[in-house]
Design a protein around this ligand. Structure first.
Ligand SMILES: Nc1ncnc2c1ncn2[C@@H]1O[C@H](COP(=O)(O)OP(=O)(O)O)[C@@H](O)[C@H]1O
Ligand SMILES: N[C@@H](CCOP(=O)(O)O)C(=O)O
Length: 319
């Protein structure tokens, strides 16, 4: 359960009183997620998500996320609205944290998506990329390639997380530093479109959520993150090629990647695997003992990294 910060009932009532959303009926911590504190807030009017922003989200970036979600909603993307209070404010302070009340979207996060659901997710990613292409805002990717070494250093002894990890990470950082592209098509990307950030009913995408890593980066890197998170076995050792080709087919319905982007996908997927391996390793060591959160296992992303390093990795991206 991701609840790092608790909300006093009186503070909650005072917060909700600033909005035209009725009065509080209940507010329960949400089991999923690791980054922020999330609550399912039920009022006499409707249900909402209350998010208190924690560790990796800077308060100064929140206006960017609000603008991005407004832009995507105007373009018809299924993203949640940040609810405005009576004075037009979306960003509040609760229990010493920046906080927002967010529209609740229907749908379920999948744990084992079918090829058809991967295709729908790929198409939703591509459609979102088309919608964001004329968004004028931008944000440096604070979890992008240039920051991975810092995450590794801040973790401490990587070998204490997985024996031998230090050497693998140093080797991979050197490899990626020498080859990371500089010229691929770039716009704001989601950068964390894991299955738990896509809500679905059957084979239909009903919501894209959790844009708090959204930043300016290669659109093909977003494809690589989505590929890495949607198409592997739980242990990360095996890529399901039916799911992978369905994902790529779905994306291609909306966006045609260039030859250079397609050629870069195995490298970008190595980077994506390293990014989540490192942040998970960091959180494995540094998550506060009293936080109500289930830490995510870094090992499946080491296995993905190994798979993307293999000589035939390009074949995993065939549509
Ligand atoms: N707008 C929303 N509508 C419905 N459920 C949501 C919404 N936002 C978040 N959730 C639920 O809360 C969970 C955690 O949210 P998420 O933003 O992924 O948290 P974190 O940023 O901490 O990882 C999601 O997996 C989903 O179940
Ligand atoms: N998706 C990342 C961690 C970020 O958590 P999320 O719940 O916000 O997606 C991972 O799985 O490591």
């Amino acid at each position: 359960m991701a609840v790092y910060t608790h909300v006093d009932p009186d503070d909650l009532a005072a917060l909700v009183a600033r909005y035209d959303i009725g009065t509080v009926l209940s507010c329960k911590g949400i089991a999923e997620g690791v980054e922020n504190s999330n609550f399912l807030l039920e009022t006499t009017a409707d249900r909402f998500i209350l998010t208190l922003y924690e560790k990796r989200v800077s308060e100064g970036d929140l206006p960017f996320f609000v603008d991005l979600l407004n832009h995507l909603a105007r373009r018809g993307s299924p993203v949640p609205a940040m609810i405005e209070d009576r004075e037009g404010r979306t960003i509040q302070r609760v229990s010493g944290r920046a906080a927002c009340i967010i529209q609740f979207l229907p749908g379920i996060s999948l744990t084992h998506p079918s090829p058809r659901q991967c295709e729908a997710a790929g198409e939703a990613l591509g459609t979102m990329h088309r919608a964001v292409a004329d968004f004028t805002g931008g944000r440096e990717n604070s979890m992008g390639h240039r920051h991975w070494r810092g995450v590794a250093q801040a973790t401490g002894n990587l070998d204490a997380v997985i024996p031998g990890l230090q050497a693998v990470v140093e080797d991979e950082l050197a490899y990626l530093d020498a080859r990371w592209p500089s010229e691929l098509p770039t716009h704001v990307i989601h950068a964390d479109l894991f299955p738990d950030n896509v809500l679905m009913l059957g084979d239909t995408v009903t919501g894209l959520i959790d844009f708090y890593f959204a930043a300016s980066d290669f659109r093909a890197y977003d494809v690589a993150v989505t590929h890495a998170s949607w198409t592997f076995s739980d242990d990360g050792a095996t890529c399901d090629t039916a799911r992978a080709s369905a994902l790529m087919r779905g994306y291609a319905k909306a966006v045609a990647l260039s030859e250079a982007e397609t050629a870069a996908l195995p490298l970008l997927a190595r980077g994506a695997s390293l990014r989540f391996l490192l942040t998970r390793a960091h959180d494995w060591v540094h998550t506060p003992a009293d936080a109500l959160v289930t830490r995510k296992d870094p090992a499946p992303f080491l296995n993905r990294l190994r798979r993307y390093r293999a000589a035939d990795a390009a074949s995993l991206f065939a549509a």
